[in-house]
Design a protein around this ligand. Sequence first.
Ligand code: BDR
Ligand code: CA
Length: 312
Amino acid sequence: PLPLLLDGDPGLDDAVAWLLALASPEDAEVLALTTVHGNVGLDRTTRNAGVILALAGEAGAGVRVYPGADRPLLVPAVTAAAVHGDSGLPAAGLPGPTRPPEAEHAALLIIRTVRARPGEVTLVPTGPLTNVALALRLAPDIAPLIREIVWMGGSTTQGNRTPAAEFNALADPHAAQIVFEAGVPLKMVGLNATMGCIATPDRVAALRALGNRAGAVCAELLTFYAGVYQRRYGMNGGALHDPLAVAAALRPELLDWQAMNVQIETQEGRNLGRTVCDLYGVTEGPANAQVAVGVRDGAFFDWLLERIGRLE
Ligand code: BDR
Ligand code: CA
């Protein structure tokens, strides 16, 4: 199994993503959950991480939560409570965290873990990249020791938070630029791929029909999310953004990849947070990322469904 550090801002699709990883012990050894500001504030994303571990039951035993950055490096904080609810986990009757979060900062935990297992650890950030950027700035020596970073964020096409920018990129563009410049093997799973993976009513019904608590909670979260997608985009279900990043880390053959140069727009203005993707190789910029350009959506969802079905 691949040693994973899951970094994110749960967030309902982060929650499904983390349950997917925790339910996959033959593929993933989840080393820790690290939390960041993003969809909701850090206090909430940290509490939600504990809730997700409690939901995972046995599969989450022994995994610890490390809170990280409560704000972006330079830009003012943005949140997405309108998409994820004020709590970030809009479902009833969720279990509480079974233990408090750790005192160590997420960035320090990332540094310590990567140094302890050089060349082995994959980071899967599914939120703003603040913690990962802080780790790389505090300890540049870890860059060549990270096996890979698989990030849900950005887009080769349009944004979702602004016409130009995807939420995780906009929420800390400077952090994203630091990560894309670090020379670490990097996969970008952006909106151009994730918007093709929709939790349609049939899929939500299939999760509910699993008959376990995790399936019921995923179904409830994705039902809330579907309402948002219906109102905002006229779509028949929410996009499984963050779970697709876990799939990209564990089963990269479910996606199609293209190497290219990606730069993040850090200038204030209407393009702030845009991931400028050199799809056609028209600049001199060397490829600094493998970018998801296609996805086998049916196989991906079947896999997710089977995995969530294993939980309590
Ligand atoms: C990303 O933004 C967040 O709201 C989601 O959790 C996902 O990580 C999609 O743009
Ligand atoms: Ca997220």
